[in-house]
Each structure stands twice: as structure tokens, then as C-alpha cells.
Design a binder for this molecule. Structure first.
Ligand code: NAD
Ligand code: TYD
Length: 342
């Protein structure tokens, strides 16, 4: 199968490309189209550079010429499957400045779809990677795929735009679109601005862990390998025009995750620093995953074991995260501004 993966230099995209090569070997060819924003790290996939079935295209999903180049595939013969991970992905950044979120998470999706339509490509699948955050927050129960979308921050509103644009291309032009809405991912190669990698790397440095509000917000945690396997399953067995929730079934309060991380690292609870709350902070995300299970896929990774494995990965890959934290003036500037406002 010939894949076009966008955002493959980021967290989930790089795990997905590695998953494909591990599972399919030379039967898979992958073009990785990535803009290399602050979150894109080309070296995440250094092991595949130079291989005949992998091609990195440095470009923007919102630029038609970059998209046209990537759709050529690794050898000019085209692609069968598109998996669109490329996005601005951090809620706090979207609260600070939403413009790039609309550009990539909405308009970028349009440009990717529109190229396939105008060029009359016969794709097998176009997978739009959406998020559980498009539903908004839920106090009790879980969201099903037919529940209304009520995004509550600029990130989730932009993702909802891309999600519905992909759906519209399925309905209007008959494009073979599947939309997936996954819960909070964790695992290796996650940029240390998100809860788990930020807290692990701060704790390793004996720096404080800024827990927002009362720490009782709930997220459903999905190990990235389960997410990759679910996407692969849906490319094979999903139904076009359908939306699928992908949840880990591991709902935890942030304060519980925080204490677990400290325990695993043998660090004191005094590192926790309760800070002001995120504006418009969604209280709880929860997905009903019966549709995916009925199709034949169930996420089965044990949460505690996966968290331990993830923490160990950060211990073992200190140069990876330290380079990010040290080289990026932009990264430091964002956090200084962020906490100054709390
Ligand atoms: P990430 O921020 O780690 O990676 C995003 C990647 O996209 C980076 O490599 C970046 O360089 C690239 N990118 C950004 N703008 C681009 C553009 N205009 N053109 C090309 N490349 C661009 O994000 P992630 O956590 O790996 O998330 C991947 C996808 O999964 C996103 O669509 C996100 O909304 C979705 N998602 C993430 C989670 C999660 O918990 N991380 C959960 C559900 C859904
Ligand atoms: P995050 O990893 O940013 O993912 P999302 O906002 O997309 O769910 O945050 C996960 C939860 O952790 C969320 O409730 C906000 C909280 N959080 C903190 O308490 N402190 C932090 O420094 C960060 C980054 C997040």
C-alpha cells in the first residue's frame, strides 16, 4: 500500500509510520509531508531516511503546490491512502493565538481534499484524524459518534471544522473518507508540552509540575500504539463516510496521573504546583467506543504498564527531550508567558 502521511514528524504521525514499516515492511511505501513546525522533528524517523520506500517532503498541507508534490508518492506513481495527522495540536497555544489553528486544522484539510478531488485521484481511503475534543466536555456518560459537536476552545473548534470538511467531501463528492475521533494519546516521542511528557521531564529535572485548577479534570488516556493499530484496522475494515471514536477506556483525573508519574520516578509530591486554571478548561472527555468494537477492534493495552513504559522511554531518551527544551527559545517564551498569566 502507498501511504501519504501528513504530520509524520510529530508524535502520533511518527509512531504511525514506524508502525506501518514494522507491520508491512517493504509492502508499504510512505510519503511524510510535514511543515516542521516547533512540534515537527524529522529525526524521529531518521532510521528510515534514505530507504527507497520512504520519502520526506518538507511542506505545508495548506499550500497546494506542496500537497501536489506529496501526492506523487515516493516514486511518482501516486498514493492509495492518505492519513492526515498534520495539525496545530496544543490547546494552550490555541488560547494564546488561534490563527495558525484555523490555517492548518481547517484550511489545510480542505487543500488536501481538494487536490484529490480536482486531480480525480482514485484513493482507497482518506483518514481525517480528528479528536474527542470536538464533542466538548461531558459531566456524565460518554459521547457517541452521532452526538452534536460542541467544541469549547479554538483548537477543538478548528479540529471540528476539519472533521466536518472531510465528512462534507465524502457526502458531496463521494470521497472515501473516514473520520476518527481519538482520546488523549500518550507514549514515546510526545512533545514535552502535553501533560504526561511535560510532567515526566520536569520531574526528572526536579522542576515543578504545574497542575491546572483543582487537578480533577478527567481525560481518557489512549496508548499511542493502540491508536496506530486502530487507524490501521479502520483503513482495512472501516466503512467510508463513517466516524469512529477511538478511546483507551482509561479515564483518570489529572492529579492521579501526576501522582503516578511522581511515584514511578520516586520524586516528592512537593514538586506539584497548583496553578490557575486553563481558560474554558474542559472538565471531562469520555467516548463510547462500541462502534469500533462492533467493527472488530478493541484497545487492550494496560494503562499502568503503558505509563511505566512511557516514563522509562523518557528516562532512556533524555537527549531527545533535553534538546527540545534547550534549543527552543520559542518553547521557553511560550511557557514564560503562559505561567506569568496565572
Ligand atoms: P504534534 O503536534 O505532535 O504533531 C503535529 C505535526 O504536524 C508536527 O510534525 C508538525 O510539524 C506538523 N504540522 C503542523 N502544521 C502543519 C502543516 N500546516 N503542514 C504540514 N505539517 C504540519 O501532534 P500529535 O499529538 O501527534 O497529533 C497528531 C494528530 O492527532 C492531530 O491532528 C491531533 O489533532 C490529533 N489528535 C491528537 C491527540 C493527542 O492526544 N495528541 C488526540 C486525538 C487526536
Ligand atoms: P494536555 O496534555 O494539554 O491535553 P488536552 O488539553 O488536549 O486534553 O492536557 C491534559 C490535561 O492536563 C488537561 O486537563 C490540562 C491539564 N494540564 C495541566 O494540568 N498542566 C499542564 O501543564 C498541562 C500541559 C496540562
Amino acid at each position: 500500500m502507498r501511504y501519504l502521511v501528513t504530520g509524520g514528524a510529530g508524535f502520533i504521525g511518527s509512531n504511525f509510520i514506524r508502525f506501518l514499516f514494522k507491520k508491512y515492511g517493504d509492502d508499504a511505501s510512505v510519503v511524510n509531508l510535514d511543515k516542521l513546525t516547533y512540534a515537527g522533528i524529522r529525526e524521529n524517523l531518521a532510521e528510515y531516511e534514505g530507504k527507497k520506500n520512504y520519502r520526506f517532503v518538507h511542506g505545508d498541507i495548506a499550500k497546494p503546490e506542496d500537497v501536489a508534490e506529496a501526492y506523487k508518492g515516493v516514486d511518482g506513481s501516486g498514493v492509495d491512502v492518505v492519513v492526515n495527522f498534520a495539525a496545530e495540536s496544543h490547546v494552550d497555544r490555541s488560547i494564546d493565538d488561534a490563527a495558525e489553528f484555523v490555517e492548518t486544522d481547517v484550511r489545510g484539510v480542505l487543500v488536501l481534499l481538494e487536490h484529490a478531488r480536482r486531480a480525480k485521484l482514485s484513493l482507497r481511503r482518506f483518514v481525517q484524524i480528528s479528536t474527542d475534543e470536538v464533542y466538548g466536555s461531558i459531566e456524565d456518560g460518554s459521547f457517541t459518534e452521532t452526538d452534536p459537536l460542541q467544541p469549547r476552545n479554538p483548537y477543538s473548534a478548528s479540529k471540528a471544522g476539519g472533521d466536518r470538511m472531510a465528512y462534507a467531501y465524502a457526502q458531496t463528492y463521494g470521497m472515501p473518507v473516514i473520520v476518527t475521533r481519538a482520546s488523549n494519546n500518550f507514549g514515546p516521542y510526545q512533545y514535552p508540552e502535553k501533560l504526561i511528557p511535560l510532567f515526566v521531564t520536569n520531574a526528572l529535572d526536579d522542576q515543578s509540575l504545574p497542575l491546572y485548577g483543582d487537578g480533577k479534570n478527567i481525560r481518557d488516556w489512549l496508548f499511542v500504539d493502540d491508536h496506530c493499530a486502530a487507524i490501521d484496522f479502520l483503513i482495512e475494515h472501516g466503512t467510508n463516510s463513517e466516524v469512529y471514536n477511538i478511546g483507551g477506556g482509561n479515564e483518570r483525573e489529572n492529579r492521579e496521573i501526576t501522582h503516578k508519574i511522581l511515584e514511578l520516578l520516586n520524586k516528592p509530591a512537593s514538586l506539584i504546583k497548583q496553578v490557575g486554571d486553563r481558560q474554558g478548561h474542559d472538565r471531562r472527555y469520555s467516548l463510547d467506543t462500541r462502534k469500533l468494537e462492533a467493527a472488530g477492534f478493541k484497545c487492550d493495552t494496560n494503562f499502568d504498564a503503558a505509563l511505566e513504559k512511557t516514563v522509562q522511554w523518557y528516562i532512556d531518551h533524555e537527549p531527545w527531550w533535553r534538546a527540545i527544551k534547550e534549543r527552543s527559545a520559542e518553547y521557553r517564551a511560550f511557557y514564560e508567558k503562559q505561567y506569568a498569566n496565572r
